[in-house]
Design a protein around this ligand. Sequence first.
Ligand code: NAP
Length: 257
Amino acid sequence: MGILDGKTILVTGVTMTSSIAYKVAEIAQQEGARVLVSNFGRALSLTHRVVKRLEPSPDVIELDVTSQEHLDALADVLRDLGVERLDGVVHSIAFANPETALGGAFLQTPFEDVSTSVHVSAYSLVSLTMACKPLFGETASVVGLTFDARVSWPAYDWMGVSKAALESASRYLARYLGPEGVRSNIVAAGPVDTVAKKAIPGSHSFNDIWAERAPLGWDASDATPTAKAVVALLSDWFPATTGEMVHVDGGLHSTGA
Ligand code: NAP
């Protein structure tokens, strides 16, 4: 018996085996879910390759969250793959221009780049959820991923602002879709050595901060604790939890300087 037995889950953002979403897909399958994964553009061929390591190898969907066409077609694409009901969706997507919106250029970032970051990293939580909604049953669970944006971090800049928007958007999803049985929650992970993290100039300093301050310690090479929390929130074990942000950060958020 797994905690996701009988559930069908869409996991976005699987590019490499290092992707947090890959680990989520793996554990969700181990817990009994049928998993479908998505990614976009050039990385799609990588996704097709990495999912072959999963057993069974999940269906892969092309989904650029900035494409209204892709979002409009999503429910039908899922139906064509035999999905009658979707029980959960994992938003594991973020992008900001590393040259202009990350790494210390915060005060000079043009709005165009801010807009891209917020569109891909925050607004898409809502547009993705609404695209999946036609397939939701009596209950459904939406889970997103943040790097705790209640505070500022070195170099994180407009991604930090976008994550604050993501965290807030999740609370509004919880408000508006709660009456329809949809829960929306966020996992605030510590640093995980993925492609997205490596694209942030100076992001190695996060590992130093965690090494110094996380009471439980922290292994940035292992997405398992983060993925387990995502899977738990997808399951029926948090039936009355929504609009929440769960920290999976070795306890760092609870410490002072
Ligand atoms: P990742 O493997 O690079 O995943 C990010 C994903 O976003 C990639 O699959 C990327 O696709 C996808 N993406 C970007 N633009 C997209 C678009 N327009 N439409 C659809 N997909 C798009 O890195 P990750 O660290 O696992 O990131 C997953 C999530 O965890 C992100 O929300 C990230 O902010 C969050 N998070 C990460 C950390 C960390 O330290 N790594 C900590 C806390 C939270 P491409 O590969 O094709 O660009």
